[in-house]
Design a protein around this ligand. Structure first.
Ligand code: AMO
Length: 430
């Protein structure tokens, strides 16, 4: 624990700390409290001879996970966590914890993920859990700093919308007065419209909502997307930006979150090397077919099994490029020399997809044609289509799943571990 030394006389540095009672040990002549805050653990040592009556009573009666205020003398103690202990003259219970605890923060009693998420406030007191959210915060800050320095404007687009962005099946309908409305699946249409507004470079870090039917370890119903859109850049340009942001995020975490990385037991925390390999879709399919022995063929989506097989072969971050136009969204720009292939990409971690993006169609007639080809009605998208008729610049962008970035960086087995209060098919509280 980081302890602010408040008053110093030459022989007796004193400190006052607030923390939760992690463990209580009574060794006859000595009693110990391990007191924990977000920076770590400090041992509070109470010699039974010489301690005040009040301190002794508090140590005897305080329950685990109560919040206490401790004032006393700081002493070097090689065997204590952090090499120091506090010998208190005051221990005050600021907030008593009821017993029994819904969850053992000290992790002596194992708990499954559901129990942990039900008692998330207690679960998050665990250093290993809070480390994930400190790393998550460092990543998001690194991304914001990077993009701001590159001239990107941070924007916030509506989450209550009238039209589907990424296809109609994963939409959450909501009651919005007398109108039909939905929770937005992606800021896609809005970030493109902002290219029409002349903003040139925008980014948004915000929630996306997907009514995924299935409970998987890598899907959430409410996720956080890091979205980028840039005018006068093509797909190659935004791919460079994306790989640079991934590397920068790892570098920042390595430089500023050493304790958290250690708490998570990440012994080989390597910053991925850029540039990432570019793997054409056709080759990705060949690898998947060879390694899985399955009947995956050109034109198929790359599902979980294929994704895993290709990842085992690549063993590092990589891009899948040159996708068939037919399986990418209408807003992806077809290649000039072969319109059956489009200028879209997915960024992959060996375990899963992290991001997808593309150069966009910026020509009104082509966009209209592609929307119709996908069975979408141009009328319900007129708010989106109109800017394409008034000087839309060429542009490109991507969406990066923040939880998947945290999950793969921290080597978490379930995406729910990367969200404080996850939303899935069965979980709406807390
Ligand atoms: P896409 O649908 O591929 O693309 O989403 C982009 C990235 O967002 C993350 N993601 C999710 N994470 C957790 N749970 C989910 N249900 C979920 N859905 C998506 C993934 C994914 O790679 N508009 C395009 C992006 C663009 O072209 O700019 C889009 O939304 O990490």
């Amino acid at each position: 624990m980081r302890i602010p030394i408040r008053e110093v006389t030459p022989s007796t540095p004193r400190a006052e700390v607030y923390g939760w009672v992690h463990e209580i040990r009574d060794l006859g002549g000595l009693a110990f409290l391990l007191v924990r805050d977000r920076t770590g653990i400090i041992q509070v040592t109470v010699p039974k001879k010489g301690a005040s009556e009040e301190v002794l009573t508090t140590v005897k009666e305080v329950s685990r996970e109560s919040l206490v205020r401790v004032k006393g003398v700081v002493k070097a103690m090689a065997k204590a966590p952090g090499g120091r202990e506090i010998v208190p003259d005051l221990i005050e219970v600021v907030g008593a914890a009821a017993s029994p605890l819904p969850l053992d923060v000290a992790e002596k009693v194992p708990a499954d993920l559901d129990t942990r998420l039900d008692a998330r406030f207690l679960d998050a007191r665990r250093p290993r859990v809070s480390a994930v959210f400190q790393i998550r915060s460092a990543i998001l800050l690194a991304v914001q700093n990077y993009l701001s320095a590159e001239g990107f404007l941070q924007v916030t687009t509506p989450k209550v919308v009238a039209a589907a962005t990424e296809g109609g099946t994963e939409l959450f309908p909501i009651a919005y007065f007398e109108k039909e409305a939905f929770l937005n699946q992606s800021p896609q249409l809005y970030k493109q419209m902002l290219m029409g507004a002349g903003f040139e470079r925008v980014f948004e870090i915000g929630p996306i909502f997907r009514a995924e039917e299935h409970n998987t370890t890598k899907h959430l119903n409410e996720a956080t997307s890091i979205d980028v859109e840039a005018s006068f850049m093509d797909h190659a340009g935004v791919m460079h930006l994306l790989e640079d942001i991934i590397a920068t995020s790892y570098q920042t975490v390595a430089a500023t979150c050493a304790d958290q990385v250690a708490n998570l037991g990440l012994t080989d925390f390597d910053v991925p090397k850029t540039p990432f390999p570019r793997l054409p879709y056709t080759e990705a399919i060949e690898i998947a077919a060879r390694r899985t022995g399955g009947d995956i063929k050109y034109g198929d989506d790359i599902g979980t099994a294929a994704e895993r097989a290709i990842g085992e072969e690549m063993r590092e971050h990589y891009f899948i490029t040159e996708w068939p136009t037919a399986i990418k969204p209408y807003y992806a720009m077809p290649c000039e020399d072969d319109p059956a292939v489009c200028q879209a990409f997915d960024l992959m971690h060996p375990r899963m997809e992290l991001s997808s993006g593309s150069r966009r169609v910026h020509i009104y007639d082509v966009l209209l044609k592609q929307m119709r080809a996908k069975g979408l009605s141009a009328e319900s998208f007129s708010f989106y289509l109109t800017p394409f008729r008034y000087g839309m610049p060429p542009h490109a962008g991507w969406g990066l799943g923040a939880e998947r970035l945290v999950m793969t960086m921290c080597d978490l087995s379930n995406i729910r571990e990367a969200v404080l209060f996850p939303r899935d098919r069965h979980r709406l509280v807390p």
